[in-house]
Design a protein around this ligand. Structure first.
Ligand code: NAD
Ligand code: UD1
Length: 344
C-alpha cells in the first residue's frame, strides 16, 4: 500500500513509518519539522533498510500538498501532524484551533480532490474529558475536553464524522490514544520533546539521565491505591501496530468509527517511576507537589472494541516500556541533537 503520513517525523509518526516500511509499504512523509528532527527519519531508514520519501512541507500549504498528492498518488493517509501541548493550548487557544483545524481542512480538501478516501486520524483519550469513569468506552457518553488542544480533537472527530456521512466512499478511523510512552527496541528513535517535558514519562527519563533534578509528583491524595494518578500507558511500538491494524481494517469497512488504543491497565505515577528506577538502575528523586489543574485521578481504556474489530491488542508491559525508553534516553541524552557514535 502507498501510505502518506503527515507528521511522520514525530514521536508516534516515526515509529509508525517504521512499522509500515517493515511490512513493505511504500511510505511518503509530509512534515515541516516544527516539532521533530529529520534525523529521526534517517534512523528509521537505517533500521528498516529502506527510506520513506520525505517532503518538507506544512500540511496547511494546500497548493504544496496538492502537488505532493499529484506526484505520489497515495492510497491512504495517516494524519499525525498538529500541535499537542496542553498548557500552550490554554495560553494560545486561537493558534491551536487555527492550526489543528486548518491543516486538517486542507488535508481533507486535497484528499477529496485526488479521490483518496482512506484516513487514519490521531485522536486522544482526552476527548472523554471527565464525562465517564474509567475504563472509558467509545460509546460511553458525550465527548468534551477540558482544554483547547483536546477540544480540537473533539471538533475534528465531529468534522470527520460529518464528512464520512456525506460521502460513503470515505473510510475513516478515529484512534483515541491513551498515554504513549517507550521507544523502539533499537534505542535509535524515541520521544524528543522540545524544552522541559510536560508529560510524566519523558520527564522521569530526563531525571534518570541527569538532565533534570527531580520529578514533581502532582498529587498524592487521589482516591487511588497509592494516592497518585493512574493512567493507561501504552508502548509506542504497540501503538504503531494499532495504526497498521486500522489501515488493514479500513480495506473492508466504509464509514467512520472510533477505537481506543490503550492496554486496559492502570499504572500510578509512583509505579511508573519505580519501573524507570528498575530499568535504569538509578534512583529517581521525587517531590510531592499539589495536584495539577485539570488532571483526573484515573484514566484507562476499555480495549474490547479494538480487540474484536481490529484484531489488535497491546502486548508490551510497563517494564518493557521503561527499559526501551531508558535505552533511547541513555543513548541519546540530548535527543536527536547529539548523535552517539555507532548510530545510524
Ligand atoms: P509530535 O509533535 O512528536 O509529532 C507531530 C509531527 O507533526 C512533528 O513531526 C511535527 O513537526 C509535525 N507537524 C506539526 N505541525 C505540522 C504542520 N502544520 N505541517 C507538517 N507537519 C507538522 O507528536 P506525537 O506525540 O507524535 O503526536 C502525534 C499525534 O498524536 C498528534 O496529532 C497528537 O495530538 C496525537 N496524540 C499524541 C499523544 C501523545 O501523548 N504523544 C496522545 C494522544 C494523541
Ligand atoms: C496529558 C494531557 C492530555 C494529553 C496527554 C498526552 C493534561 C491535563 N492532560 O495527559 O490532554 O492527551 O497528556 O499528551 O495535561 N504527572 C506528574 N508529574 C509530572 C507530569 C505528570 O506527577 O511532571 C502525573 C500527572 O498528574 C498524571 C500522570 O503523571 O497523573 C500522567 O501525566 P501526563 O504524562 O501529563 O499525561 P496525562 O495527564 O494523562
Amino acid at each position: 500500500m502507498r501510505v502518506l503520513v503527515t507528521g511522520g517525523a514525530g514521536y508516534i509518526g516515526s515509529h509508525t513509518v517504521l512499522a509500515l516500511l517493515e511490512r513493505g509499504d511504500d511510505v511518503i512523509v509530509v512534515d515541516n519539522f516544527a516539532n521533530s528532527s529529520p534525523i529521526a527519519l534517517e534512523r528509521v531508514a537505517g533500521i528498516a533498510g529502506h527510506a520513506p520519501r520525505v517532503h518538507r512541507l506544512d500540511v496547511g500549504d494546500e497548493d504544496g500538498l496538492d502537488a505532493v498528492f499529484a506526484q505520489e498518488r497515495p492510497d491512504a493517509v495517516i494524519h499525525f501532524a498538529g500541535l499537542k501541548a496542553v498548557g500552550e493550548s490554554v495560553a494560545q487557544p486561537l493558534r491551536y484551533y487555527a492550526e489543528n483545524l486548518g491543516i486538517t481542512f486542507s488535508l481533507l480538501s486535497v484528499m477529496q480532490r485526488h479521490e483518496v478516501h482512506t484516513l487514519v486520524f490521531s485522536s486522544s483519550a482526552t476527548v472523554y474529558g471527565d464525562h465517564q469513569q474509567a475504563p472509558y468506552r467509545e460509546e460511553g457518553g458525550p465527548l468534551g475536553a477540558a482544554n483547547p488542544y483536546g477540544q480540537t480533537k473533539v471538533m475534528l472527530e465531529r468534522v470527520l464524522t460529518d464528512v464520512a456521512h456525506a460521502d460513503p466512499r470515505w473510510r475513516i478511523a478515529l484512534l483515541r490514544y491513551f498515554n504513549p510512552i517507550g521507544a523502539h527496541e533499537s534505542g535509535l528513535i524515541g520521544e524528543d520533546p522540545r524544552g522541559v517535558p510536560n508529560n510524566l514519562a519523558p520527564y522521569v527519563a530526563q531525571v534518570a539521565v541527569g538532565r533534570l533534578a527531580e520529578v514533581g509528583v502532582f498529587g498524592a491524595d487521589y482516591p487511588t491505591a497509592d494516592g497518585t494518578g493512574e493512567r493507561d500507558y501504552i508502548h509506542v511500538v504497540d501503538l504503531a501496530a494499532g495504526h497498521v491494524a486500522a489501515l488493514e481494517h479500513l480495506r473492508t469497512r466504509e464509514g467512520v468509527r472510533a477505537w481506543n488504543l490503550g492496554t486496559g491497565r492502570a499504572t500510578s505515577v509512583l509505579e511508573l517511576i519505580a519501573a524507570f528506577e528498575a530499568a535504569s538502575g538509578r534512583s529517581i528523586p521525587t517531590r510531592i507537589e499539589p495536584r495539577r489543574e485539570g488532571d483526573l485521578a484515573q484514566a484507562w481504556a476499555d480495549t474490547q472494541r479494538a480487540e474484536d474489530e481490529l484484531g489488535w491488542r497491546a502486548e508490551r508491559g510497563i517494564a518493557e516500556m521503561a527499559a526501551d525508553a531508558w535505552r533511547w534516553q541513555s543513548g541519546n541524552p540530548q535527543g536527536y541533537d547529539t548523535v552517539p557514535s555507532g548510530a545510524v
